[in-house]
Design a binder for this molecule. Structure first.
Ligand SMILES: Cc1cc2nc3c(=O)[nH]c(=O)nc-3n(C[C@H](O)[C@H](O)[C@H](O)COP(=O)(O)OP(=O)(O)OC[C@H]3O[C@@H](n4cnc5c(N)ncnc54)[C@H](O)[C@@H]3O)c2cc1C
Ligand code: SF4
Length: 486
């Protein structure tokens, strides 16, 4: 145990954010660089090294949290990094982006603020990169087997890295022009600078993983041809089909899906554009959807110089404390103030959009809404609450319905879908087609980076067993795991 009295002597302290007026002028991560290291020892020392560490169970990767808390407390960064990588290929992604179900499950959280597990994680991995502890791990011998991975988000990258290290020859196919999936083109720079992805890709290339961008399987290369060329295939194509809002005026100019809006801004950061072709500058912006994707639109619109930003959510405002139906150690639905929300804008709950109104040129100008309430378990408009708000740019951030089927990928492979419309798989992550596996949002439905990495690792084990008859690769989860409801 790091410090037996740590949790008694020290309160929870988290990473410092840069002042709002400063960080809105750039796209860098919101935290003060270097602000964590001086406090992280004490914070890691708050860990009680519980007999039953519920944090393990809260984390889909089964991260060995008390072990690396102890090493971080003792400033043994090298050992901490080794323990961190034992269960997680990309802790720099989760350390920045994960909603940290481990912290919701932390035993200290029963009557005190939880251990700052995520901050410890990111400190360990940043230190490991700085000191050169993250080196390529090329396999000692090659198996002679080949694997194609479709999609380069966290699930595809995790599967590819595990399989390459197991000695298989792996090629990752990505339809976008750059590697990274939603890490690259969904998540804004201010949440995670893309240099973190680039650095990992360099490591993966050095280990032997090959990357093919600009190729959409199903469209540019038939799925059946791909299958003939490789001994096994992992589909990690995400759940990129966005939920739409079929109300009058949806066709007006200025109404975009969040994933039409956010990637353009990320492309500005990559140097592809000087300014975004869809910019919020000087506009009244309305973001429909109260989740993380919506928050990313809010932060992006503020940085682009929006005149105002309003985020709408159909559900009631969540509470700030756990309710009895979501007791410790489950992951509770709480009112969350993300860094984007700290930066301004208005959040409106219990409202539903009825229609959009445009000008004579077909540009959206107003959004009409009504308040809603639960009546007999159904969200129902409240009579007399209709009103309109200015809306010159609207982004739809209402979630995703499943993997893209327009490109023929699912049909060409002849894959079965499950009852939720995701690609069905067995306990080894194998689809209905032998030798074809699925990981991440494509099989799970829209979820989190931590689940995508966990699924990529588990699917890799399934593929390794398929190719060689046995596997020493770890499998953190089963396809049906939905532990602690995240
Ligand atoms: C805006 C936004 C913000 C988010 N923020 C967070 C966050 O802060 N924290 C968090 O934990 N989760 C977040 N998520 C969710 C998280 O990003 C996803 O759960 C995760 O990226 C899923 O990983 P994946 O590898 O399964 O799929 P993806 O990341 O979606 O990657 C799939 C890749 O497959 C490619 N592809 C698809 N079809 C083909 C094909 N036929 N051929 C070739 N390539 C193909 C796609 O182009 C894409 O690059 C966010 C999601 C969005 C949309
Ligand atoms: S549950 Fe919290 S206090 Fe207990 S071992 Fe995990 S991080 Fe430490």
């Amino acid at each position: 145990m790091a410090d037996p009295k740590g949790f008694l002597n020290h309160g929870r302290e988290v990473a410092q954010s840069r002042p709002v007026d400063v960080r809105l002028k750039d796209w860098n991560e919101v935290y003060v660089p270097g602000s964590l290291l001086p406090i992280i020892g004490k914070q890691a020392g708050r860990c009680m090294d519980c007999g039953i560490p519920f944090c393990h169970n809260g984390c889909p990767l089964g991260n060995l949290i008390p072990e690396w808390n102890d090493f971080a407390y003792r400033e043994n960064w090298s050992a901490a990094s080794e323990r961190l990588h034992a269960t997680n290929n990309f802790p720099e992604f989760t350390g920045r982006l994960c909603p940290a179900p481990c912290e919701s499950a932390c035993v200290l959280g029963i009557n005190q603020p939880a251990v700052t597990i995520k901050n410890v994680e990111v400190s360990i991995i940043d230190k490991a990169w700085e000191t050169g502890d993250v080196a390529p791990q090329a396999p000692e011998r090659l198996s002679g087997k080949t694997v194609a991975v479709i999609g380069s988000g966290p699930a595809g990258l995790a599967a590819a890295q595990q399989l390459t290290r197991a000695g298989h020859t792996v090629a990752v196919y990505e339809r976008a022009d750059r590697i990274g999936g939603l890490l690259r083109y969904g998540i804004p720079e201010f949440k995670m600078e893309k240099r973190h992805i680039n650095r990992r890709i360099e490591q993966m290339r050095a280990e032997g993983t090959r990357f093919r961008t600009g190729i959409e399987i199903g469209r540019d290369l038939k799925a059946t041809d791909l299958k003939k060329r490789y001994d096994a295939v992992v589909i990690a194509a995400g759940a990129t089909t966005a939920r739409d809002l079929p109300v009058p005026g949806r066709e007006l100019k200025g109404v975009y899906q969040a994933m039409e809006y956010l990637p353009l801004s990320n492309k500005v950061q990559e140097g592809d554009y000087v300014t975004s072709p869809v910019s919020a500058e000087g506009k009244h912006v309305v973001v429909i959807g109260g989740g993380d994707t919506g928050a990313d639109c809010v932060g992006t619109a503020h940085r682009q110089g929006a005149a105002s930003v309003t985020q709408l959510e159909i559900m009631p405002k969540p509470g700030e404390e756990r309710n009895p139906g979501q007791p410790w150690p489950t992951f509770p639905m709480l009112y969350k103030v993300t860094s984007a929300h700290e930066e301004g804008g208005e959040r409106v709950y219990s409202v539903s959009t009825t229609h959009f109104e445009g000008d004579e040129d077909g540009n959206v100008q107003w959004l009409h809404l009504t308040e809603v309430e639960f009546v007999d378990g159904r969200l129902t408009p409240k009579p007399g609450t209709e009103r309109k708000i200015p809306a010159q740019l609207v982004t739809l951030a209402m979630g995703f319905t499943g993997t893209d089927q327009d490109n023929g990928l699912v049909a060409q492979f002849g894959l079965d879908l499950d009852e939720r419309g995701n690609i069905a798989r067995d306990a080894d992550f194998q689809t209905s087609v032998p030798g074809v596996y699925v990981a991440g949002d494509a099989g799970r439905g829209q979820s989190l980076i931590v689940w995508a990495i966990a699924e990529g690792r588990s699917a890799a084990r399934g593929v390794d067993r398929f190719l060689t008859g046995a596997s020493e690769l770890p499998a953190p989860i089963r396809p049906t795991d939905r532990s602690l409801m995240v």
